[in-house]
Ligand binder design. Structure first.
Ligand SMILES: Nc1ncnc2c1ncn2[C@@H]1O[C@H](COP(=O)(O)OP(=O)(O)OP(=O)(O)O)[C@@H](O)[C@H]1O
Ligand SMILES: [Mg+2]
Length: 277
């Protein structure tokens, strides 16, 4: 019986599939950079807007390097104990239960902490000794000191767009990581992604990417973030499944981006110009 794990920790321990790498279209040399960081045992920080390929990149790299991947989606209630583990009480016994970070260290996995700036500040206490040249995880509650094996790598990501002063990384944290900044892919790469991920024709992919370029140029509207590669793939999937392109763009792009009627009208105008009904 578990008494103390009410807090939700989204974590998966997925085995890498040799040969069947998750599809990833490279933007600009990030595959080599990741490989060098891995072999040099350096942790990596990935920054970029939503839906630009950060998660897919890490999944691809874990499979490519033949490492298991442990992913943790960080949220504002995520504590050091959620990452490291805790004692659980059951049948009158207290049993230690590894958290996802500890499991990743023990198994020499790639540990991916998504939206790390959301996590509670006490998590830095466990991340710092792992992220510098000590590469150790002290488990205070059990007195154990785990030395990370060569296969272990810490990867963190966040979206600088959502960043505020309270939620940013301290210099002492960020300066422990090699950093990689992602944007949306170039049109050529993005067309390739949409074709492959949505299963649409090259023509439809080209129209969706052209639309994205036009929408990303719109700066005078109150959009928190602009259209992502993810939304283009979603629109493409609706088209592949039989919906007209204009309908798919309104549902998967315009209405997904905003609740504001004026902004939606402005976006819909751009859609009509690029993708006539
Ligand atoms: N370079 C890429 N190669 C292949 N697919 C990509 C690439 N970039 C984006 N995609 C597609 O876009 C989708 C969203 O990408 P992903 O989930 O990696 O975004 P993210 O940057 O992690 O977003 P978030 O910050 O919201 O978590 C993927 O499921 C995939 O279909
Ligand atoms: Mg992601």
């Amino acid at each position: 019986m578990e008494f103390s794990s009410a807090r939700h920790v989204a974590a998966t321990l997925a085995a890498a599939e040799p040969g069947g790498l998750p599809f990833y279209a490279q933007q600009a040399g990030e595959v080599a950079l990741f490989e060098h960081a891995f072999h040099q045992r350096l942790p990596l920080l990935i920054k970029g807007p939503t839906g630009c390929g950060k998660t897919r990149f890490v999944e691809h790299m874990a499979a490519r390097l033949g490492r298991p991947l442990v992913t943790v989606s960080c949220h504002d209630d995520l504590s050091a104990a959620d990452l490291v583990g805790r004692h659980l009480i059951g049948d009158g016994n207290t049993v230690w239960n590894d958290g996802p970070l500890t499991r990743a260290v023990r198994s020499g996995a790639i540990c991916y902490l998504d939206e790390v700036v959301e996590a509670r500040k006490d998590t830095t206490v466990v991340l710092h000794p792992l992220a510098d040249d000590r590469r150790v995880l002290p488990i205070e509650r059990t007195g154990e000191l785990l030395v990370a094996p060569p296969g272990f790598m810490l990867v963190i990501s966040y979206n600088p767009g959502y960043q505020n002063l309270l939620k940013s990384l301290k210099p002492s944290t960020r300066q422990r990581f090699v950093a990689l900044t992602f944007g949306y892919p170039t049109p050529t790469v993005e067309r390739q992604i949409v074709t492959s991920e949505a299963g649409v024709s090259a023509e439809v992919a080209a129209q969706l990417v052209q639309l994205a370029e036009a929408l990303r140029r719109l700066t005078d509207h109150d959009l928190e973030e602009t259209v992502s590669t993810r939304l283009l793939v979603m629109a493409g999937r609706l088209v592949a499944s039989g919906l007209p392109l204009a309908t798919a763009c309104r549902a998967a792009i315009v209405d997904a981006l905003t609740d504001d009627a004026d902004t939606a009208a402005a976006l819909a105008e751009v859609v009509s110009a690029v993708v006539p009904d």
